[in-house]
Design a protein around this ligand. Sequence first.
Ligand code: NAP
Length: 178
Amino acid sequence: MLLGTGGVSVFALQFCKAMGVRTTVTSSSNDKLARARSLGANHTINYCAMPDWETGVLDLTHGSGVDRVIEVGGPGTLQKSIAATRVSGAIQLIGVLTGAGGEIAPTDIMRKSISVRGIYVGSRTMFAEMIEFMTTHRIAPVIDEIFEFNDAPKAFKRMRTATHFGKLVIRVSSDSGL
Ligand SMILES: NC(=O)c1ccc[n+]([C@@H]2O[C@H](COP(=O)([O-])OP(=O)(O)OC[C@H]3O[C@@H](n4cnc5c(N)ncnc54)[C@H](OP(=O)(O)O)[C@@H]3O)[C@@H](O)[C@H]2O)c1
């Protein structure tokens, strides 16, 4: 289960596809969901059209829930992710797009024996392993737009609009290959 179609989630979709993992992707945009399907997403849900998207996920999994959630929403989505996760499933908490604080009812984490794990970047070794995996599976980042360094403020402005799909890049060197 992947939330949204930003840089983290689109990369996660590419990794899942390479590993043969079945995915459900949510987005606020049907166009972005179509792009997610073209990258291999098995199921897609528009979370604006279906605010109770966790029930859609449960329907897709015949009531049992998904194995894993890549959580980038934080307090605004975590409760739904808990509801969408199967017994003994796992939630990887990577982002807090909806804010840093909020209320979470923890009962279902306990009742369903869900593991919630925070991820804050990784080690150099993990990065090297990721690059090796990307090379083996010919995974290239999905880049929506590249900005020159002097246009960095425009890149951050674009990011705030959340109209991008995948990565926004700020070029820091002419040797970057982009
Ligand atoms: N822990 C770490 O190591 C690490 C590393 C990188 C990033 N992060 C964090 O992870 C989060 C995502 O980063 P990113 O680079 O992927 O950001 P991003 O490219 O700006 O992605 C934002 C996308 O998330 C989706 N989204 C926003 N609010 C949502 C909601 N309420 N429900 C579902 N989806 C929602 C939207 O997708 P749609 O437009 O498709 O609706 C939006 O376009 C950020 O909080 C970032 O700081 C953490």
